[in-house]
Ligand binder design. Structure first.
Ligand code: NAP
Length: 335
């Protein structure tokens, strides 16, 4: 028989960190299960690229593959709807960052302690981590300088591509996955020519996304090329390329460079907390469920999923985490 603990008066039953599809879905389920969840959405920041409450979908235009929206839905609109649904059932939403976590070994009795970036202490018997993953950068000598100064280097075409300096200019996207295709296709609306620069001779992107880009009259692909630096003082004027086969160097005149080479899970704030990660830094789950290696700590969405990283899979994982947390709290006797 589980010991029965009324939840500590100064502790929440459940705190959810993150506000993408995983976080909001967890909140919908947890709120309906009367767990009075509190969602810490995070605050908007540059780190070094844009990070917004709502996650990656806030940097997306149209989402066509989320079931239930036969005509598609804009990413930010969808996250607004998720939030409204979570709030309808009594979720508390706080636009703050959790900066550090001290996880308890026996969280049913001694709650986990979370520290906000502003120095507040938050206690919770159960925690769901749903902080997602952020865009990667190549690491070029002049990449960040021209990215942080608005100099025409960006990791988000959807956020920046429509800006005046990119209109009717040659633009380049780095990467060969679905993100690169999506960003490059979007840019074909604005740029004179849009190059995809890819380090191999084939794309890993889905065929439909490749075709969508390649069908645009101003689309071009540079195969077997890597960018070795960004040229330009205040604004990008071109990129220096190296052929991965011949090692030959060349320059390409572009007025915008959009980096689309994958993502890194947002786990900095839980490093050293005792949680386990895989080699790529994603939170390791115990089995096919959402339990991490620590009791009363669950994970959902891109922070723990290097494989699928879709809005719908993240939402499904959010549901699993809320159900797992609910069952764990009940089994631990926290009510
Ligand atoms: P990804 O599939 O991991 O692709 C990353 C791409 O960047 C790869 O082509 C990789 O090259 C290249 N790359 C990685 N590091 C590089 C470096 N340092 N220099 C140059 N190139 C580098 O990432 P993603 O495109 O962001 O997609 C992630 C997931 O989201 C995928 O599952 C994708 O299907 C999904 N997604 C779906 C949609 C949609 O359906 N609407 C849209 C966007 C993303 P290699 O190929 O040589 O490894």
């Amino acid at each position: 028989m589980p010991q029965d603990h009324a939840h500590a008066p100064d502790a929440h039953k459940l705190v959810i960190i993150g506000s993408g599809p995983a976080g909001w879905t967890a909140a919908i389920y947890a709120a309906r299960a009367r767990l009075d969840p509190v969602v810490y959405t995070g605050v908007p920041k540059q780190d070094p690229g844009p990070i917004l409450p709502g996650g990656q979908l806030m940097l997306t235009t149209e989402v066509e593959n989320y079931p239930g929206f036969p005509k598609g839905v804009m990413g930010p609109e969808m996250m607004g709807l998720f939030q409204q649904q979570a709030e309808r059932f009594g979720t508390t939403v706080l636009m703050e960052d959790i900066a550090r976590c001290e996880f308890s070994k026996d969280p049913a009795k001694v709650p986990h302690v979370l520290h906000t970036a502003e120095g507040k202490v938050v206690k919770a018997h159960a925690v769901i981590i749903a902080t997602g993953a952020t865009a990667n950068w190549i690491g070029l000598p002049n990449e960040m300088r021209l990215a942080t100064s608005g100099g025409g280097v960006s990791a988000c075409a959807v956020c920046d591509g429509a800006l005046p300096p990119f209109r009717d200019q040659p633009l380049a996207v780095v990467g060969g996955g679905d993100t690169a295709m999506e960003e490059a296709t979007y840019l074909t609306k604005f740029g004179s020519t849009v190059y995809i620069i890819h380090r191999r001779d084939s794309f890993r992107a889905s065929k439909v996304m490749q075709e969508r880009f390649l069908s645009r009259p101003n689309a071009k692909v540079l195969w077997n090329k890597v960018v070795v630096d960004v040229l330009g003082k205040d604004h990008i004027e071109g990129v220096e390329l190296e052929d991965t086969v011949t090692k030959e160097r060349s320059t390409l005149a572009v007025r915008g460079l959009f980096v689309a080479i994958g993502h890194t899970p947002a786990t900095k704030f839980i490093k050293g907390s005792g949680l386990e990660f895989d080699e790529a830094g994603y939170l390791l789950l115990r089995r096919r469920d959402s339990h991490t290696n620590l009791p009363g700590v669950f994970a959902a969405g891109d922070v723990s999923d290097a494989q699928y990283r879709q809005a719908v899979t993240a939402a499904g994982m959010g549901c699993q985490a809320a159900l797992d947390a609910e069952r764990w709290l009940a089994a631990a006797g926290v009510h």
